[in-house]
Design a protein around this ligand. Sequence first.
Ligand SMILES: Nc1nc2c(c(=O)[nH]1)N[C@H]1C(S)=C(S)[C@@H](COP(=O)(O)OP(=O)(O)OC[C@H]3O[C@@H](n4cnc5c(=O)[nH]c(N)nc54)[C@H](O)[C@@H]3O)O[C@H]1N2
Ligand SMILES: Nc1nc2c(c(=O)[nH]1)N[C@H]1C(S)=C(S)[C@@H](COP(=O)(O)OP(=O)(O)OC[C@H]3O[C@@H](n4cnc5c(=O)[nH]c(N)nc54)[C@H](O)[C@@H]3O)O[C@H]1N2
Ligand SMILES: [Mo]
Length: 765
Amino acid sequence: MVTTHLTHWGAFEADSDGERLTRVRPWRGDPEPTPLIENVASAQHHPTRIDQPYIRRGWLENGPGPGARGSESFVPVSWDRALDLLAGELRRVYGQYGAEAVYGGSYGWASAGRFHHAQSQLHRFLNCLGGYVRHVNSYSLGTSTVFLPYVIGDVGWVTQRATAKTVLAEHSELVVAFGGLSPKNTAVSPGGVSRHNTRGWIAAARARGCRFVSVSPLRDDTASEGDAEWIAPLPGTDVAMMLALAQVLDAEGLADREFLREYTVGYERFAAYLRGAEDGVAKDPEWAAAVTGVPANRIRALAREMAAVRTLVTVSWSLQRARHGEQPLWAGVALAAMLGQIGLPGGGFGHGYGSAAGVGEPARVPVPRLPQGRNGIDIFIPVARIADMLLNPGTRYRYNGQELVYPDVRLVYWCGGNPFHHHQDLARLRAAFARPDTIVVHDAFWTATARHADIVLPSTMSIERDDYGVGEGDSVFFPMRALTRPRAEARDDYSIFAAAAERLGVGPQFTEGRSAGGWLRHLYEQWHLAQSRAGHELPDFDAFWAGESLELPVPDPRQVLAADFRADPVRYPLATPSGKIEIFSATIAGFGYADCPGHPVWLEPEEWLGGPAAERYPLQLVANQPRTKLHSQLDVGVYSRSVKISGREPIRMHPSDAAARGVSTGAIVRVFNGRGSCLAGLVVDDVVRAGVVQLSTGAWYDPDPADPGFCRHGNPNVLIADRASSTLSQGCAGQLTLVEVERYTGPITEVEVFRPPPAEVVPGL
Ligand SMILES: Nc1nc2c(c(=O)[nH]1)N[C@H]1C(S)=C(S)[C@@H](COP(=O)(O)OP(=O)(O)OC[C@H]3O[C@@H](n4cnc5c(=O)[nH]c(N)nc54)[C@H](O)[C@@H]3O)O[C@H]1N2
Ligand SMILES: Nc1nc2c(c(=O)[nH]1)N[C@H]1C(S)=C(S)[C@@H](COP(=O)(O)OP(=O)(O)OC[C@H]3O[C@@H](n4cnc5c(=O)[nH]c(N)nc54)[C@H](O)[C@@H]3O)O[C@H]1N2
Ligand SMILES: [Mo]
């Protein structure tokens, strides 16, 4: 039997014997398929699949309460027993403390598929019980989401209405990409990718004569098809380079005064800063060269080149996942506004053309989604404040012009995410996870998060259930018929919640009397009706389900960001307070946050190569997204493992830094700073800027039993501070940290986390 299947990293066709996938190949419609699809089949039957429900031994023996999670053994139990324990504990916590004691934020990507979307299923379930403490924003775009609406518009608008890549391919003459245009990242889009096309549009633009400038610490951050010029400022200093580009435009009369007058507010305040009126320091290329390490003459010449041709300024998402992440975004918007090309094809501002596949895909019609119900309470945290919340209940903090208080959470429920992958300062997170009474996790694998839970329930992988899916910004809608039966005793999150809801007396409310298959049909039919009312003729459910894929209507295939605003700023104002681009924001200035004043500025981060902390830890670690997997997903898969060195995650280092430390490719090194340490396998390569090392996220956290701050596998999040991007956005700032690297001389043992945790059948329990 051959069927297509959609993952966040692409569609594939597979043969199956009902138990496993026997052959996987890219979907025939994909022009640039990715080897990430190889991870799926190879991981499905790995020993780290959770085979049945488990309860942490100490929790089963002593009942709910704080405890040293992450080291104890687990007791296998039947589904009935597990569901009874789960329902009983939920009844206790909701009864005694109410919904404000349940954290159901459950951040994470889970799997592709519209119905079995783990987080939506959990939210619907908890809403049936009265609600939960939720999260706002994402690790991806935590800073942008809060900040961009003050300056240019909603982040969804900026990314989903971004000028189409086909338009860039035809019109751009110069693309200056801060953070690069990486095909490694655009392998992925939340919910899936049908046709990968990054290399294609870049090659087409290049063939027409468009020039690419890749501003990044890594030379391979831009697709080789772009033949890009590589400029490598010190990580975290891009804003200084942007300010100097702006200063040259201002000083040389190259700024588009007419555009600034008609479409922006606050330019004069910003210009005064550029000229040095505020602090006596002109932000000229000589000033920026001292901060960034980029030669002043290159910055000055680049500013003139940008003013001369159709230029796109694009900023990757990574730049805002850092301390003061607002600043490079804001300076990028200001720079594009000064060039006066916002709203023109091929020019203006972009955010994330190299970050996810959907950016620059023209918007399509909406797709079916599971209704989540109504949350009975209104308590939230900015998503990356999870450890702060658990460690400091009742404490006040500031966020986006508000004063908030951390709730006192007793029960944490995670379904479809891996905080011991995604959060910073994992030793601190472990201390935070010791605090609640109970932690529940559903996952298909024994991830580090599952190992820190009390009630562990095995979910299916997406290949083991019927669903349908389409990526954010993608226009191919796939039926996803189950390829194999569920492994061992794994169950869909939906059926787990349905059974728990039944025990808690909210079964009918949760299921509305439908099976999973019934929901697929129901949601599709509702959607189909809405689409036909809007004039779109689409196949009915049975035809869709029997088919291979469906092309969704795309109303404006050649969309240009803010074209309507440019044509008529009165009729089509931006969704900012003034309706215009805000180069100075009175709202942000009014909050009075020292770490995000009213216009773009250079603010020194705590950890950068030009600051005092670099004396002890002289290498800047870039903890970017992994090339061979999505986050921590399927780290046990063949493609992910193919790049490991003696089982450790690879770290890349410049030859001069390697020579200075007497280490070479293949060595196992210890990466460390004052917060923690990890092992990694060294790759010496001059694609990395000197002074920088790159260790991607995603290696499953494998703590040394004696030291939770020491990961023996290579998870960089043991090293990175749990420090917010700013008071304004409270976003994840996990991209950068300072470290030192040395040869590792201790024993190199097997990575423990690639074996299931100890399980024991305890008589009487
Ligand atoms: N240092 C540093 N840290 C970072 C980043 C960084 O740049 N630097 N990037 C951040 C970013 S942008 C993000 S988005 C986060 C990502 O962080 P996460 O989204 O938490 O990472 P994933 O590994 O995708 O976790 C998803 C989990 O869901 C499980 N899963 C898959 N399908 C299902 C299902 O059907 N049901 C259930 N119950 N579980 C399922 C998977 O097995 C996996 O364990 O990481 C962040 N962390
Ligand atoms: N293969 C793969 N693709 C993915 C993901 C994945 O896990 N695997 N995750 C997806 C997710 S959830 C997200 S949110 C997006 C994230 O998209 P991004 O945030 O854009 O991705 P990153 O890989 O973290 O960073 C991109 C590049 O920015 C560069 N960079 C880091 N710091 C600086 C700096 O200070 N200045 C400059 N100029 N450049 C810098 C790094 O060299 C890095 O390779 O990626 C998505 N794509
Ligand atoms: Mo992300």
